[in-house]
Design a protein around this ligand. Structure first.
Ligand code: CA
Length: 228
């Protein structure tokens, strides 16, 4: 049973979403503040439904903390703010999806299902072909015995690219796979995550050109880089 944590200070919203999710068989917890959410995160929820405006701070703080910790789990952001900047900032910070209030609990349940299916469908490559190991359960990678801390999005991008080494993935295919089809996300968002990923691989002693830029299209993972 997948564990879902709802971080939301408005009881009516939290309870209606919790009720709808419990009916679908999810194990649901509610945290009305950031402080409560940090405690509840110790139970390693599979998915976080996160309000951005909380009594003791912003949901962005939690997004940043989770990204910095390299911890697994998906995030769906809830907000009454329709500001596109918030949406982009949440997605760039590692959120998987975004729902604007008011919404129906059914809509949230559908999005939870979609996000969980997406994260389960990113299959890891055969370990033997890669210079590092990928642990999909812990959502961690290790190179020559040393762990490399990746954000959720960096991990998912690396896992996607290494699922089929040598295959060229377009930026839009990457957005579809990581964030979901039809997400209005700029190509530069993908580029900035790839840039960070290359830097981390290279700092860990790997090679940044394992991820090759295919000009005008996207990226591929290759151990035989031919980049000029
Ligand atoms: Ca709120």
């Amino acid at each position: 049973m997948e564990k879902i944590l709802i971080v939301e200070d408005e009881p009516a919203i939290a309870e209606s979403v919790a009720y709808a999710l419990k009916r679908k068989g999810f194990d649901v917890q509610i945290a009305p503040t950031l402080g409560d959410a940090r405690q509840a995160m110790l139970a390693a929820p599979d998915l976080l439904i996160l309000d951005l405006m909380l009594p003791d701070g912003s949901g962005f703080e939690l997004i940043d903390e989770i990204a910095a910790s390299g911890r697994g789990g998906s995030i769906i952001v809830l907000s009454s703010r329709e500001d596109e900047n918030d949406r982009v900032r949440a997605l760039e910070g590692g959120a998987d999806d975004y729902v604007t209030k008011p919404f129906s609990p059914r809509e949230v349940v559908a999005r939870v299902g979609a996000v969980l299916r997406r994260s389960a469908s990113l299959t890891p490559a055969a370990k033997s072909t890669l210079p590092f190991t990928i642990d999909p359960d812990a959502r961690k990678i290790a190179f020559e015995g040393h762990g490399i801390d990746l954000t959720r999005v960096e991990f998912d991008l690396l896992r996607l690219l290494t699922s089929e080494p040598e295959k060229v993935f377009s930026r839009s295919a990457m957005i579809d796979s990581i964030w979901g089809p039809g997400f209005a996300l700029s190509d530069r968002t993908v580029d900035s995550h790839i840039k960070a990923l290359r830097r981390k691989l290279s700092e860990a002693g790997g090679q940044s050109d394992w991820i090759e830029t295919i000009r005008g299209i996207g990226y591929r993972f290759t151990l035989n880089s031919s980049s000029e």
